[in-house]
Design a protein around this ligand. Structure first.
Ligand code: UDP
Ligand code: MG
Length: 310
């Protein structure tokens, strides 16, 4: 078994691959460990695949998995985790926002006996205010509403022990939110800090749509609080309705001081309607994920790979 696998999801990264590989290679040489690189081509529409194939032709420790289409970052990493064979695995972005040099720290901390060492960013460069703000907000909300401790301000850049890789392989859910799953798994976890660079070249493959989806996957996989919110909102609105009904009856029957109450009626109807729709929407988010898990489709299809199936 090898010492280390480096898992690299690739979506339109033609401008970054060669720089990434040379930096990774010098890091690994410095570490002096037996390493395999697993590139997952997640349906790139540029020349990423050709570059990966070239690397695989030159270096016997370069593996690749070519997806049948774009399945998304979390699924690409999952495929790498499914196929890696080593004592520890690194998950790293291809755009050099995760500095490969930090792998030395990650590896050495893992050697000290931690099963998970994640990279915690203490500064982020070259990302829009909105992206940073939404990420901050999301991690804090998630921490508040979930029972597990998902570390704030971390991505998937980390090293995980083989034990954790095996645990992940045994987690069958269709919605992958790896950073949540990994902290749920437990073992000894710690972090090292780094400054997050801006993208070396190219542009982000994480559209806001994909980010919202990831956020919803994270929340629904690890918290039932939104469902409880639907219930609580129901009680709250019902409470108000009871009070209002009593008042309405009192005004109509006792004090006889009633006006044609169009405004209050409209407000009540709109409010209750809004709460109902929100509640149905929340339930829908959970049901759609339930049904995906019931269908239990394969998470991805592979067009081509040089990893022998074991
Ligand atoms: N990525 C992927 N599939 C996607 C989107 C992104 O495999 O659908 C890869 C991408 O090539 C990169 C990593 O996931 O290696 C992180 O993506 P990106 O840098 O675009 O996200 P950001 O850093 O902007 O959150
Ligand atoms: Mg990036």
């Amino acid at each position: 078994m090898r010492d280390l696998s480096v898992i690299i999801p690739i979506y339109n990264e033609e401008e970054n691959i060669s720089m990434l590989f040379s930096r990774l290679n010098s890091v690994v040489e410095k570490l002096g460990v037996d390493t395999e690189f697993i590139f997952i081509n997640d349906g790139s529409r540029d020349h990423s695949l050709e570059l990966i194939l070239q690397l695989a032709g030159k270096h016997s420790n370069v593996r690749y998995i070519d997806f049948s289409r774009n399945f998304g970052h979390q699924i690409a990493v999952t495929a790498g985790l499914d196929k890696c064979d080593s004592k520890a695995a690194i998950i790293i972005d291809a755009d050099l926002q995760d500095p490969p040099e930090l792998i030395i720290d990650l590896y050495n901390t893992w050697k000290e006996g931690f099963e998970v060492v994640y990279a915690k960013r203490n500064a982020r460069q070259g990302e829009s205010f909105l992206k940073k703000f939404t990420a901050r907000l999301f991690y804090r909300v998630l921490k508040k509403i979930t029972s597990i401790n998902i570390p704030v301000d971390t991505g998937d850049f980390r090293i995980i022990d083989r034990k954790v890789v095996m645990a992940l392989r045994n987690m069958p859910e269709q919605q992958k939110f790896l950073r949540g799953q990994i902290s749920w798994i437990g073992y000894k976890q710690t972090f090292v800090t780094y400054n997050r660079d801006s993208r070396h070249a190219g542009e982000t493959g994480y559209t806001y749509k994909k980010m919202i989806r990831l956020a919803l996957d994270g929340i629904t996989s690890f918290s039932n609080l939104p469902l409880r919110f639907a219930t609580l909102a129901g009680f709250f609105v019902s409470g108000i309705t009871v009070v209002l009904s009593i008042y309405a009856l009192y005004a109509r029957l006792v004090s006889k001081e009633y006006v044609p109450g169009w405004t209050s009626l409209m407000l009540a109807v709109l409010f209750i309607g809004g709460v109902q729709l929100i509640s149905i929407g929340i339930i829908g988010e959970y049901i759609s994920r339930l049904s995906a898990n019931v269908r239990n489709r394969p998470l991805y299809f592979v067009r081509d790979t040089n990893i022998p199936s074991s």
